[in-house]
Write a protein that binds this ligand. Structure first.
Ligand code: NAP
Length: 365
């Protein structure tokens, strides 16, 4: 099968590099267009990432020789599209929120679908914020989005914040099994790669924990409500719960976001064994469709008392699975657990690629 040519905006950054690595042998998509800031524009990809390539796996020779475009120059991407080198773009840009918003809209208006990692459009009412195992049906808003904005081929979808999948996929699976989750207390321990490159200064991070990540607690508390919401009148209406209190911390771990979660259930309260059984059995549309990046088991349950751990569990199922453990009673709420997922794979580039695979399977790409 001929692979679909794709572009990566922000291809030189932490998430962009992960896109390049994950798409290297992808069965459906092939990177043929890369763009970043004016600082990188005009250089070959190899020159642009020299000295700051962060991954153990190398980029391939074809990508190495691509000339990096200026991501602000939408016409360059439109020209790549016209010569058959870019059917849609993954957006991994780090710029001002308003700048990213306007730029992603300009790409969509130019006929290029945008599958974004940036937070800029997460609160735009007609833009779906997808975790395919939870709310794949929110993609149904794409025709409405296109119509109301006058876009024929372009559209925008986003994925949520990088820590959310490590607790919301397990929580959603319990809700789907009929256990209402009313309140949650979440403490995240987030890896330094979540801040991009070069990110947090080493002197702030070594031998230390920083108990503040700008904007992160608001995202952790509110984004799940949109993900659990429903399409109503051309917009995605937020769910009314669960009520979430989040404490977000930056910890000296390279990759892998961990969350310690206490949950209060409604009238029907599951036992520890029921929770484990729901998680072990959980499968969703990506698994049914056999999407190339879908983990076989979206939730992996560890029985050991000291798991999950970032170093041992972040790469589970190619970094796309959520690993959970330590399910036990909570004296404050009902039950508590620890969840973990890879922030630049499941929480960023891998999640974006799974979104694109879902959209392809649904006929939008
Ligand atoms: P990063 O390492 O700082 O990379 C930023 C990218 O944006 C680089 O390619 C950079 O190009 C480009 N860029 C910066 N300023 C630009 C400008 N003025 N015009 C055009 N391009 C510009 O950041 P990151 O961690 O990869 O994050 C990328 C996006 O993903 C952000 O929106 C972030 O919030 C989101 N995200 C990150 C994670 C994570 O775990 N890191 C997870 C989920 C979502 P140059 O290399 O040329 O400067």
């Amino acid at each position: 099968m001929n692979r679909i040519p794709v572009g990566v905006l922000g291809a030189t950054g932490m998430v962009g590099q992960q896109y390049i690595a994950l798409l290297r042998d992808h069965p459906w998509f092939e990177v043929r267009f890369v763009a970043a800031s004016p600082r990188s524009a005009g250089k070959s990809y190899a020159e642009a990432v020299a000295g700051r390539w962060q991954l153990a796996q190398d980029y391939d020779a074809k990508v190495a020789s691509l000339i990096v475009a200026d991501a602000n120059d939408v016409k360059a991407a439109a020209a790549a599209a016209a010569r058959g080198d870019c059917a849609f773009v993954f957006s991994a840009l780090e710029m001002g929120k308003d700048e990213i918003k306007a730029l992603e809209e300009a790409y969509a208006a130019a006929g290029l679908p945008v599958v974004s990692n940036a937070s800029a459009h997460r609160w735009t009412g007609d833009v779906p914020m997808l975790i395919p195992e939870i709310n794949h049906h929110h993609a149904d808003i794409i025709p409405v989005q296109r119509k109301s904005r006058g876009w024929d081929k372009g559209f925008i979808v986003v994925k949520p914040n990088c820590s959310i999948q490590c607790y919301m996929t397990p929580v959603h699976s319990l809700m789907e099994a009929g256990f209402e989750v009313r309140r949650m207390f979440v403490t995240t321990l987030q890896a330094v790669s979540g801040a991009g490159y070069p990110g947090v200064p080493s002197l702030d991070m070594i031998d230390n924990i920083v108990p503040f990540i700008g904007g992160e607690e608001e995202k952790s508390e509110k984004e799940p409500l949109k993900i659990l919401g429903r399409i109503d009148g051309g917009l995605i209406e937020n769910a009314s719960g669960p009520l979430i209190a989040a404490h977000c911390n930056r910890v000296p771990v390279v990759n892998g976001h961990t969350a310690c979660v206490s949950m209060e259930f409604g009238d029907r309260k599951p036992s520890v064994d029921e929770v484990r059984a729901v998680w072990k059995a959980f499968r969703a549309l990506p698994q049914e469709l056999g999407l190339p990046s879908a983990p076989l088991h979206p939730i992996i349950v560890r029985e050991e008392a000291d798991r999950p751990q970032p170093r041992k569990d972040r790469d589970a199922d190619k970094g796309m699975a959520v690993t959970v453990g330590r399910v036990r009673p909570c004296p404050l709420f009902d039950l508590r657990f620890v969840g973990l997922s890879h922030n630049t794979v499941r929480g960023a580039a891998g999640g974006g690629i799974l979104n694109a695979e879902l959209l392809k399977a649904k006929g939008y790409l």
